[in-house]
Design a protein around this ligand. Structure first.
Ligand SMILES: NC(=O)c1ccc[n+]([C@@H]2O[C@H](COP(=O)([O-])OP(=O)(O)OC[C@H]3O[C@@H](n4cnc5c(N)ncnc54)[C@H](OP(=O)(O)O)[C@@H]3O)[C@@H](O)[C@H]2O)c1
Length: 254
C-alpha cells in the first residue's frame, strides 16, 4: 500500500482525535502524503506523544481542544488557519462512548455527554470547516461513524444514536454544500483494534464469538480504515457525496 497516493500533497487536513488509534494512523499516513496535518485531542500528554511518534516537523500542528466546546473549536480552527493559511479537508475522527445500560435506564447526563462529544462536536467542527471551504468553493469533510449507527448493540445505544446522527448530518451537509463543490462523506467501521474497543477484542472468548459474524474472519486494523478515509478525502472521490461506506469485513452484508 506504500506506493498508493491520494494526491494530498500540500493539502491542509485537520484530524480530530489524532493522538491515538485510528486518528493517529490517519495523521501518519497524511504526513507520508506530504499533507499539512493538524491534530487535536483533549489531553496534551497524548498529543505530545503523538507528535514525537509522528515526527512531522513543520507539517504537523497539535492543538489541545474538546470538540464539543465551541471556544475550543474556534481556537483549533484559528490555529490551523493561522499556521497553514487555509483548510482543505476536515476528518471528524474523534469518538467516545460510555457503556450505557438499556436506553430507558440511561441517565440524561450520560446521554448528554455522549451526544455532545460525538454529534455536537462533529457539527461544530463541520460548521467551522464549511465556512472556510465555501469561500474557496472546494473542500472535503469525512466523518467516522460506526456499524453501531445502523444496528442496535448492547451498551452502545446512545453512541449508536449519535453515530446515526452523524450519518444524517453527512447527508444534510452533502446536499447543502454540493453547490460549493464540497463533498461530505462518512466511513462506518465495525470493530477496530484500538484502545477504544480493547475491552471487547482483548477478551478471547468474546473475540472468537464476534468474528464468527464477520465474513472476513477478523476485526479491522486501524490501517483498514485509513485508506477508505483518504480515498474520500481525495479528488478521486470528487463525485461521491452524502455516503457512508461500511468498513466491516462484510458483517453488514450477511
Ligand atoms: N475502535 C473501534 O472499534 C471503532 C469502531 C467503529 C467506529 N470507531 C470510531 O472511530 C473513531 C476513532 O476511534 P478510535 O478507536 O481510534 O478511538 P480512541 O483510540 O479512543 O481515540 C480517540 C481519540 O479521540 C480523542 N478524543 C476523545 N474525545 C475527544 C473530544 N471530546 N475532543 C477532542 N478529541 C477527543 C482522544 O484523545 P483524548 O482522550 O485526549 O481527547 C483520542 O485521540 C471514533 O469516531 C470511533 O467512534 C471506532
Amino acid at each position: 500500500m506504500g506506493s498508493v497516493s491520494y494526491g494530498l500533497e500540500g493539502k491542509v487536513v485537520l484530524v480530530t482525535g489524532g493522538s491515538r488509534g485510528i486518528g493517529l494512523e490517519i495523521a501518519g499516513r497524511l504526513l507520508q502524503e506530504k499533507a499539512k496535518v493538524v491534530i487535536c485531542a483533549r489531553k496534551k500528554e497524548g498529543l505530545d506523544g503523538a507528535v514525537s511518534l509522528l515526527g512531522g516537523g513543520e507539517n504537523l500542528l497539535a492543538v489541545p481542544a474538546h470538540v464539543a466546546k465551541e471556544e475550543d473549536v474556534e481556537k483549533l480552527f484559528d490555529a490551523a488557519v493561522g499556521r497553514y493559511g487555509t483548510l482543505d479537508v476536515l476528518i471528524n475522527n474523534m469518538g467516545m462512548n460510555l457503556l450505557t445500560p438499556s436506553l430507558v435506564d440511561t441517565e440524561p447526563a450520560a446521554w448528554n455527554k455522549i451526544l455532545e462529544s460525538n454529534l455536537t462536536g462533529t457539527f461544530l467542527c463541520s460548521r467551522r470547516a464549511a465556512s472556510i471551504m465555501k469561500e474557496k468553493k472546494t473542500g472535503k469533510i469525512v466523518s467516522i461513524s460506526s456499524v453501531a449507527g445502523t444496528r442496535a448493540a448492547p451498551g452502545m445505544g446512545v453512541y449508536g444514536i449519535a453515530k446515526a446522527g452523524i450519518e444524517m448530518l453527512t447527508k444534510v451537509l452533502a446536499a447543502e454544500l454540493a453547490p460549493f463543490n464540497i463533498q461530505v462523506n462518512a466511513v462506518a467501521p465495525g470493530m477496530v483494534r484500538t484502545d477504544f474497543s480493547k475491552p471487547f477484542w482483548s477478551n478471547e472468548a468474546f473475540y472468537e464469538q464476534m468474528v464468527r459474524a464477520i465474513p472476513a474472519g477478523r476485526i479491522a486494523e486501524p490501517a483498514d480504515v485509513v485508506h477508505p478515509v483518504l480515498f474520500l478525502c481525495s479528488e478521486l472521490a470528487g463525485f461521491i457525496t452524502g455516503q457512508t461506506i461500511m468498513v466491516d469485513g462484510g458483517a453488514s452484508a450477511v
